[in-house]
Write a protein that binds this ligand. Structure first.
Ligand code: GLA
Length: 384
């Protein structure tokens, strides 16, 4: 049974009536980690893994949601005095509804059935996919045309203010605006974007380390604070800087004594990573996959040593990936402390790569990595 037939039938059993269908993808980031909340540059691609929703408008202002992933249901009344977060998966969906209304757009109630193939806790943005598919469905069912840049901003706001995770815009933006067969270079300050074609000679391969260290969210917010501290301490000498995006490598080096050692290294990661994303877009444009791979490898070193967001398992997986024949480069992708490694691999070497990396990582860690080659997808929209 195809996914949509299954969704349609399950929707009919649970809610009755005939729904409309929507999708929003997860993502992998090729390069540019933790640069988004520093007004910098990122280069993610949308994945085949996606959240899907079957949804129909209701006559009242109640939103009910049922997840096929965890078998749970929940509802929210848009007319309630206040809708407080519940500290679970529903916050991603209801947070978006609350933020849309807060921005002055009136929604209809809806019945929503969701099902997601984005693995949770693997750094592939399962939460952004759930936010975006819910927002897309609610706006469409209420009769609005969806502006995918605005939707990304609303979903980020939901995560910042409702879920309480101070993420940047990358995940929601790529889930909304991905481009088939391309990575997307995003300027997280202006939100200008440029699709960058992936040379068919290479494939993006994602390998899951199968570990996720629980400190991720707390450490994420700490990294943000270090970046803010860096800006604050550099402002007196650099003048009108808003974010680390405005700090050049030379300026950082010149004034490094103003920063505590760890803060300096956090800033150095962001400043050098922004430079790597700009260089990566250039080399990818002219098909220089070797140069792109070197930038990926350097990005991993910087995340590991300067930003300190990697972990032993991920470092091992990166090392194994980087030593395979046909690999251009490999690095951790996503927020950190576990999750996935992204590699760029020569198309003809992918099958061997997958087999060898899986075996060597199992040998080294005892975990069986899920590894897959991906083909970048379009951003969110109707399912058909
Ligand atoms: C998480 C956040 C993003 C981004 C990445 C790191 O995925 O949601 O905004 O900061 O981490 O690049």
């Amino acid at each position: 049974m195809s996914d949509t037939v299954f969704l349609r039938e399950t929707f009919a059993e649970r809610f009755g009536g005939s729904p409309r269908f929507f999708r929003a993808p997860g993502r992998v980031n090729l390069i540019g980690e933790h640069t988004d909340y520093n007004d910098g540059f990122v280069m993610p691609a949308a994945l085949e893994f996606q959240a899907e929703a079957a949804a129909a408008a209701r006559q009242d202002r109640i939103i009910t949601i049922h997840s096929l992933n965890n078998g749970r249901s929940a509802e929210i009344d848009l007319d309630a005095e206040a809708n407080a977060p519940r500290g679970d998966w529903t916050d991603y969906a209801f947070g978006v509804a609350v933020m849309i209304e807060k921005a002055g757009t009136t929604l209809k109630g809806a019945d929503i059935l969701v099902s997601s193939s984005v693995p949770v806790g693997s750094g592939l943005s399962s939460s952004a996919a759930l936010e975006v598919v819910t927002g897309y469905a609610l706006l469409s069912l209420s009769g609005y045309a969806v502006d995918t840049v605005e939707l990304a901003k609303i979903c980020q706001k939901a995560e910042n203010e409702y879920v309480g995770m101070r993420c940047g815009i990358m995940d929601q933006f790529i889930s909304c605006n991905g481009v088939h067969d391309h990575a997307l270079m995003i300027d997280c300050r202006s939100l200008e974007r440029k699709p960058v074609p992936i040379d068919p000679k290479a494939r993006i391969v994602v390998a899951n380390s199968m570990v996720h260290h629980a400190l991720a969210d707390g450490e994420y917010n700490k990294r943000r604070q270090s970046c803010e501290e860096g800006v604050r301490l550099l402002q007196p000498v650099l003048g009108d800087i808003q974010a680390l995006r405005d700090v050049s490598f030379d300026a950082l080096e010149e004034h490094r004594d103003l920063l505590p050692e760890a803060t300096y290294r956090r800033c150095r990661h962001i400043v050098t990573e922004n430079g790597r994303v700009l260089a990566a877009a250039e080399v990818l444009e002219r098909g220089d996959l070797d140069a792109f791979g070197r930038l990926m490898n350097a990005s991993h070193v910087s995340m590991r040593d300067d930003y300190e967001i990697s972990c032993a398992e991920v470092d091992k997986l990166v090392e194994i990936a980087q030593s395979q024949p046909g690999v251009f480069g490999a690095r951790m992708t996503g927020g950190g402390f576990g999750g996935c490694v992204v590699s760029l691999v020569a198309a003809g070497a992918v099958d061997d790569f997958v087999e060898k990396v899986r075996a060597a990582y199992f040998e080294a860690s005892g975990h069986t990595s899920d590894i897959f080659a991906c083909a970048p997808q379009d951003g969110a929209g109707p399912l058909f």
